[in-house]
Design a binder for this molecule. Structure first.
Ligand code: ARG
Ligand code: AKG
Ligand code: FE2
Length: 336
């Protein structure tokens, strides 16, 4: 078996190719949720540099690594303009539509982009930047507190298979935290308990009605409320015993009453903390997260609120849209 590759650095020619492609596409579609754009994404992605496409496909098929980085895309700092104060109230399309397209093209090499009716006002491509008044929140828009390690949307059965983060700006080199634990190093008795449905993972705060203004989604917010109160226990580890997958968000999990389960959760949480690495994204990086293998977070930082703040774009990717069909408005709708 070949050694999995962690980073793909685009040549200047490849970066120019990708940039010309996304600028062209940006003129042809109305915004990131344009249904025709979403239909066309895999066709358009065939025009990305072949080396980059092969890298992404290897990452997905080998299913070995928790994360990989595509580095070297051009970000037109002047065109995208200042980091916004809030993700609400932006124009459609935004000045950074080409960058959103770049992220969606990467996503379409791995699966289908989707979003949540209960998150960021049901937008498909999310903004991650600090927002005034939310400094200490355990959400992407926080800053002064470490964003604790988590699987993205760990509470949800239809959470992303891949999560993509694209860096538009990061002047203070604030690190994303990645943790790719060697789960085989856990004690066999813990492994056994972690593979069984002993654990409660609650919805995180980004899905609360108070952070959203979307109309007509009362049922979805009620379901989030139910999930905050129910007793639906899940396994933290799943898949192969040799190389298990993980779903975890200790901050939003209940401490198990059973002492053995509690110890097992503590052991895997400690292992996650001990396996942390800092990855400071630079503009033009796309961080590809295997959401079944990696837990991620973000170091604490001081926000600037002067238009120069760290700014990432985020999109969730599923390899199987069908599993959420019952909850989407139509076969092609992207919002769960
Ligand atoms: N441990 C955590 N902070 N979990 C919640 C993660 C943040 C969440 N994904 C957001 O969009 O803001
Ligand atoms: O800001 C980052 O680097 C990661 C943010 C994140 O994990 C999130 O918003 O869920
Ligand atoms: Fe996250």
């Amino acid at each position: 078996m070949s050694t999995p590759k962690r980073i793909y650095v685009l040549s200047a020619d490849e970066a120019a190719e990708a940039e010309n492609l996304t600028l062209r596409i940006a003129k042809e579609y109305s915004g990131p949720a344009d249904e025709q754009l979403l239909r066309d994404l895999p066709l358009l992605a065939a025009e990305l540099p072949v080396g980059q496409r092969r890298f992404m496909r290897d990452f997905a098929l080998e299913d070995e690594l928790g994360y990989a980085v595509v580095r070297g895309h051009n970000i037109d700092d002047a065109r995208i303009g200042p980091t916004p104060q809030h993700w609400r109230g932006r124009p459609t399309p935004t000045p950074e539509f080409a960058e959103e397209i770049l992220l969606l093209l990467h996503g379409s090499l791995l699966g289908e982009p989707f979003g949540w009716k209960t998150q960021q006002d049901a937008r498909l491509v999310h903004d991650i930047f600090p927002i005034q008044g939310f400094e200490t929140e355990q959400m992407g828009i926080g800053s002064t507190d470490t964003l604790t390690l988590h699987t993205e949307d760990a509470f949800h059965p239809w959470r992303a298979d891949y999560l993509l983060l694209e860096c538009l700006r990061n002047p203070d080199k604030v690190a994303t935290i990645v943790s790719e634990p060697d789960l085989r190093s856990l004690d066999a008795k813990y492994l056994e308990l972690l593979h069984e449905p002993n654990f409660l993972i609650r919805p995180d705060d980004s899905h609360l009605a108070k952070h959203n203004e979307t109309k007509g989604v009362d049922a979805e917010f009620s379901e989030i409320d139910e999930m905050k109160a129910d007793d639906n226990r899940v396994a933290v580890l799943y898949g192969s015993r040799e190389h298990p997958y993980i779903r975890i968000d200790p901050y939003f999990m209940e401490t198990p009453k059973d002492p053995a389960a509690r110890e097992a959760l503590q052991a895997v949480s400690d292992l996650l903390e001990a396996s942390c690495l800092d990855v400071a994204l630079v503009p033009g990086d796309v961080l590809i997260i295997n959401n079944h293998r990696l837990a991620h977070g973000r170091q604490a930082f001081q926000a600037r609120y002067d238009g120069t703040d760290r700014w990432l774009k985020r999109v969730s990717i599923t390899t199987d849209l069908r599993k959420s069909h019952e909850r989407r408005a139509s076969a092609t709708a992207r919002l769960i």
